[in-house]
Design a protein around this ligand. Structure first.
Ligand code: GLY
Length: 441
């Protein structure tokens, strides 16, 4: 019998909680959340509401609940050193230490690591701690991406053509970034289709999970501002319609080399999720960034397909025995869509921006899985906050069937919500395929 501590309160953590409690080991789940997620609470023996920066409270809760191991959902507690804090009291974790979480928290660390160990995948890039030399470097690039060196909730990356047009605007953004962050990373803009590859790592062995495509833009047809992710899909053949198995293997090979490099560089084994954001370009698979955790929404595509006992997976990560585990995923397609408040991601002066903190009612979602994100269960019902509210996931033999299941579920959620009906649909998938054909790879 295991006592498992889960840290986090989103839909990703709801999916993790579900995978934990479905284990044949019959573990007891204890959850440390910054806000009460009713889905996670219903699966937990006990919950604690607290701040992810209050490491003393996390340790006290872990001791009180006699925790055997912890799973860290979001990046903030990793950045705060929660894994190191738990280690001090003998509690191992699925999640890297603060030092190794730099894979996500410091984009300069990762770019430098990949360069130093001659790992393929870096675009042309430079890291700047002052404005000196930035203008000259921008002149060398056909397209520009500006990234702050630090956590930005997925919303700090600015891409030329999408978020700004001119070099002058890029320079102004770099200047702004340098007032808030130690450095700014400038990448050449790459043309292609993006995919998320969540790999599990025990420090030595890296195991791939089915690739997923996320949709960051707020509105249909990839219009509007970037969000945390409006939904995602994966396919029954464990590739994506615009990619080959060789490209999945390329992403995995980069991640294996990065795991090896992390050990050589730090002497520490990386234990947790290495989620690579990759892009398929004319000249192969390139690395956009790593995250040190499961993706949100991607975890909702991946974990429900896991056939292997999730507690065994966690134990193998912690014990360094992933090489002995036969990890299997169902050969099914998945489509995840997020129900968000109408005002989500909109500027404050937009007419819809005030429709937050509204009540939602959930009817019959049929065969779909439902994962709570930012919702508050009050006496008179379920209320949304300003963030993504509820994830619904269709799972089926084909993408179109999975999409239909997710859409049906969405229509059972009543309230001032919005979602992206195009995610997982044929026209959008065909556009992705055409895009890759036009690139000529
Ligand atoms: N899907 C984006 C993220 O988890 O950061």
């Amino acid at each position: 019998m295991f006592n498992v501590l889960l840290i986090g309160n989103g839909a990703r953590e709801h999916a993790i909680a579900e995978a934990v409690v479905q284990s044949g080991h019959k573990p007891k789940l204890f959850s440390f959340m910054k806000a009460n997620n009713p889905g996670i609470a219903s699966l937990s023996q006990k919950i604690h509401i607290g701040s992810y920066s209050d490491l003393a409270a996390v340790k006290a809760y872990a001791k009180e609940c006699r925790i055997d191991f912890a799973i860290i959902g979001p990046e903030d507690p990793l950045n705060n050193g929660v894994v190191d804090a738990l280690k001090e009291i003998g509690v191992p974790a699925v999640g890297p230490t603060k030092n190794l979480a730099r894979l996500e928290t410091s984009k300069s660390f990762t770019r430098d690591l990949v360069r130093k160990y001659n790992i393929p995948g870096n675009p042309k890039f430079r890291i700047f701690t002052s404005m000196e030399g930035i203008k000259e470097f921008l002149d060398e690039l056909d397209g520009i991406v500006v990234k702050p060196d630090g956590l930005t909730g997925g919303k700090g990356v600015m891409v030329q053509g999408d978020h700004f047009q001119t070099k002058e605007e890029a320079l102004a953004y770099c200047k702004q970034v340098l007032t808030e962050h130690p450095s700014v990373i400038i990448d050449e803009r790459l043309e292609g289709e993006e995919f998320s590859l969540q790999c599990l790592c025990d420090g030595k062995t890296v195991v791939v999970t089915p690739p997923v495509q996320d949709h960051k833009r707020r509105f249909v047809d990839d219009k509007g501002p970037n969000t945390g992710g409006m939904g995602s899909y994966s396919c029954e053949d464990h590739a994506l319609p615009f990619m080959t198995q060789r490209e999945v293997t390329e992403g995995l090979a980069i991640t294996q080399k990065v795991a090896e490099a992390i050990y050589k560089e730090t002497g520490e084994y990386y234990k947790g999720v290495m989620y690579g954001g990759f892009i398929i370009t004319k000249s192969g698979v390139k690395l956009l960034e790593y995250n040190a955790r499961f993706g949100d929404p991607e975890a909702m595509n991946t974990l429900p397909l896991l056939k292997t006992d999730f507690v065994d997976v966690c134990k193998a990560i912690i014990d360094g025995t992933l090489d002995t585990l036969n990890m299997e995923f169902e050969k099914k397609a998945t489509v995840c869509k997020y129900a968000v408040p109408k005002g989500y991601g909109l500027p404050k002066d937009h007419p819809d921006a005030q429709s937050t903190s509204a009540r939602v009612e959930i009817g019959n979602v049929g065969e779909a899985r439902l994962y709570y994100a930012s919702v508050d269960k009050r006496e008179d019902g379920l209320y949304m906050s300003t963030s993504r509210a509820i994830g619904v996931v269709g799972i089926a033999d084909t993408l179109s069937e999975a999409e239909r299941i997710a859409e049906n579920a969405m229509s059972a959620i009543k309230g001032p919500i919005d979602h992206r009906p195009d995610i997982g649909t044929e026209p959008l998938i065909n556009r992705r395929i055409l895009h890759m054909q036009q690139i000529g790879r």
